[in-house]
Design a protein around this ligand. Structure first.
Ligand SMILES: [Zn+2]
Length: 353
């Protein structure tokens, strides 16, 4: 509405500062709005397009983010940051060819950027590997695997994923709109590409990645792992990239299929009630023991939320995050509890046990 805002707020410089502040404070919805307005007023400033791209990326709005990053890169082909983010966006969506082209062009303009060179080398190698992969499609999934001999296992994987799709879709009332790719690797390929801790059994980074040696474990364990990673895919679709790790991992763990009492799965037994504030960042750098405690605490917190407010409150919270509402505010408006009160109650409950 013209005239509704003070003139200063419409000034591109002021909008850019507001956008930067919003990014620093993880208010990505506000950041996207400020940078989009600023970029419309000053269309030849690559930094404004880059800011808008970054905010959109964090909100999980890939198409918008891509357009802004491309604009930023067109205005300043030497921007290593814009190239890295745009390349990463393509990479996460499984468009390795496009990611590689971005990295190669950026390297021509900025031959002295080591991080860029590393991404370029990794992407080239992964593309080379993946170009040999075979493909199997079902309604909602695409499995990629290297050897014809693995086709049977790939078939089992997509069948189990379709089962998870139906089950989780019924529980959450939402499903991903795009097909999800699952890439099956040897353990060596998996370790090299994901660089995850040795304890990790699969990963989701836009695509599900899984070592084929999971095929030697029993079917209920395979179901558990695939269902878990599928929930991450759903969360990414709804909420973008600002979800605290405890919510994401807790939901994925809490929605794992019920199975026989897991004799060898200690993480179901020892919820040590870690403070949620310590569980917002990634678990991947933790030791196996700390990771088990982190998963258990995250699952305990999400199970408590489901008991008290229902899974629909969590889905609504995730949708809020995807539209740019900061976490504590979304938590409050969807659960009618203040986040810090909930977190304090959980920690107290755990230490009283
Ligand atoms: Zn997980």
């Amino acid at each position: 509405v013209i005239g509704a805002s003070p003139c200063a707020a419409q000034d591109p410089g002021a909008l850019a500062r507001a956008g930067t502040d919003a990014i620093d404070q993880q208010r990505f919805g506000d950041a996207l709005e400020a940078f989009t307005k600023a970029a419309a007023r000053r269309p030849h400033d690559p930094n404004l397009s880059f800011g808008a791209g970054l905010a959109a990326f964090m909100l999980g709005r890939s198409v918008t983010a891509q357009a802004h990053f491309e604009r930023a890169l067109a205005l300043n082909p030497r921007s290593v940051a814009a190239a890295e983010w745009l390349g990463d966006l393509h990479y996460r969506e499984g468009r390795l060819q496009e990611a590689l082209a971005i990295y190669e062009a950026a390297e021509r303009h900025s031959p002295d950027a080591p991080a860029l060179q590393q991404r370029l080398a990794e992407c080239r190698k992964e593309l080379e590997l993946q170009s040999r992969f075979l493909e199997l499609r079902t309604s909602h999934f695409i499995a990629l695997f290297e050897r014809r001999a693995d086709e049977g296992f790939a078939r089992v994987v997509v069948d189990r994923l379709e089962a998870a799709y139906s089950r989780i879709g019924a529980v959450l009332g939402v499903s991903p709109s795009q097909p999800i790719t699952v890439v099956l690797y040897t353990r060596e390929q998996f370790d090299e590409i994901t660089k995850l801790a040795a304890w990790s059994s699969a990963a989701y980074d836009g695509r599900i990645r899984m070592p084929i040696d999971r095929g030697t474990v029993d079917r209920s364990e395979l179901d558990r792992v695939l269902s878990h990673e599928f929930v991450h895919a759903v969360v990414a679709t709804i909420a973008g990239r600002t979800v605290p790790t405890w919510v994401n991992e807790g939901l994925a763990t809490a929605l794992e299929p019920a199975s026989d009492p897991p004799a060898d799965d200690s993480r179901r037994h020892e919820a040590r009630g870690l403070a949620l504030s310590a569980l917002h960042g990634p678990f991947v750098r933790l030791s196996k023991r700390d990771a088990e405690a982190a998963y258990a605490s995250a699952a305990q917190a999400v199970r408590r939320l489901i008991e008290e407010r229902g899974v629909t409150a969590i889905v609504a919270l995730l949708k809020d995050l995807g539209s740019g509402v900061p976490f504590a505010k979304a938590f409050h408006q969807r659960t009618a509890m203040r986040y810090k009160d909930f977190a304090a109650r959980l920690t107290r409950g755990a230490s009283a046990n």
